[in-house]
Design a protein around this ligand. Structure first.
Ligand code: AMP
Length: 348
């Protein structure tokens, strides 16, 4: 799968300087190449590393066709597994005594460093249950049992604290803030959020928005966050709240990227066989960030556009099966083949 197993040094010596009015890349960052001999630092501490902090769940899913109980879910596993097709991933989350070690093994096999999974021996793993309607874009949350996630205080292993790329998966914004307090010198911090946190923890969410580079959010939630009825207007308003770019997810209608300099959409891969859309958003983010992490820290506009395409393609595989069933059957070659088919169908 072409995964890196050793931490890699940042031999290219790229340093980012935020120059707000200089449209050099997708969020106005000027990338300046500094000769290594002038940096005077040990590059081995700067690795092309990708960190995710998020929920780990047992999901119970009902679709018009089927019902499955207590399958692996949560924002962190979906993100990490999808990103693992492109780069090594460090995962932080919490589980209870009911956690099955076979899931740790499954994640490890995908190149995920599981040292950040904390097991609470006196608690139960977070549980979420959802029901999809005939229109699989539409789902209701039937039950959320926070369990150990309710009191989660992320503790990042020492080597995770210097991660270059950081994704704060769906979870309480206070968890994201606590993680950011432990992270030094990240080049790109992206977060996801949802209606629950917009409605119940707005002050923390506003503080988090000021500390991230990018927000990935559903269409309806972008509108809820900004009190707007138009998606583009909502995305632009999010830019005034802190993030330098926003990616709005629109389910089977694809995703829209908005920054001060660029607005574009990427369609979804047309799918006939949608079995379980759970985790599509997190997998999209995982494919996107995993691809960026695999590009040696290159954050130009073209890389980001390609990253949205890879996120789209990886997520399209995930929804062909329940939980991680389909992911376990595919590899990078399958992803590249579908990406090529996608390129042909979107080249006008
Ligand atoms: P997605 O389909 O990408 O929105 O992600 C679904 C995943 O998010 C499921 O596997 C759930 O376990 C997880 N999830 C649902 N609600 C929450 C929540 N309030 N906080 C954290 N994770 C959640």
């Amino acid at each position: 799968m072409g995964r890196q197993t050793e931490p890699q040094s940042l031999s290219s010596g790229y340093f980012a300087f935020a120059i707000n009015r200089f449209p050099v890349d997708f969020f106005g960052t000027f990338w300046y190449k500094v000769p290594e001999e002038f940096l005077g630092i040990n590059h081995s501490i700067y690795t092309m590393s990708l960190l995710v902090v998020g929920s780990i769940a047992y999901d119970t899913i009902e679709t018009p066709m089927m019902r499955r109980e207590n399958v692996l879910g949560g924002s962190a596993p979906f993100f990490a597994y999808a990103a693992g097709f492109f780069s090594p991933v460090r995962m932080v989350g919490v589980v209870g005594a009911d956690w099955l070690p076979e899931y740790t093994e499954m994640l490890r096999k995908q190149g995920i460093d599981t040292a950040g999974i904390e097991i609470m021996p006196d608690g139960k793993t977070f549980r979420w249950s959802g029901k999809y309607h005939n229109d699989m874009n539409d789902r209701d949350t039937l039950e959320t049992q926070l369990n150990v996630l309710g009191t989660f205080q992320p503790k990042l292993p020492e080597d995770f604290r210097r991660s270059q790329f950081v994704f704060l998966g769906n979870g309480a914004p206070s968890t994201g803030l606590a993680a950011l307090d432990q992270i030094q010198g990240a080049d790109l911090i992206v977060a996801d959020t949802m209606n629950l946190w917009i409605n119940t923890t707005r002050t923390d969410l506003d503080a988090l928005l000021k500390r991230i580079d990018g927000l990935i959010i559903n269409d309806s939630e972008a509108k809820m966050l900004t009190d707007e009825i138009n998606t583009v207007t909502a995305a632009r308003k999010v830019l005034t709240m802190g993030p330098k770019f926003v990616i709005v997810k629109k389910g089977e209608h694809g995703a829209m990227f908005v920054s001060e300099y660029e607005t574009y959409t990427v369609p979804a891969f047309p799918m006939e066989n949608v079995v379980d859309p759970t985790g599509a958003g997190d997998s999209f983010a995982g494919g996107l960030m995993g691809y960026i992490a695999s590009q040696q820290g290159n954050l130009d506009g073209e890389t980001i556009k390609n990253a949205l395409v890879y996120g789209t393609i990886v997520a399209s595989f995930g929804i062909e099966g329940f939980s991680f069933d389909r992911y376990k059957e595919i590899n990078r070659t399958n992803i590249e083949e579908r990406r090529e088919a996608f390129r042909e169908m979107t080249a006008f």
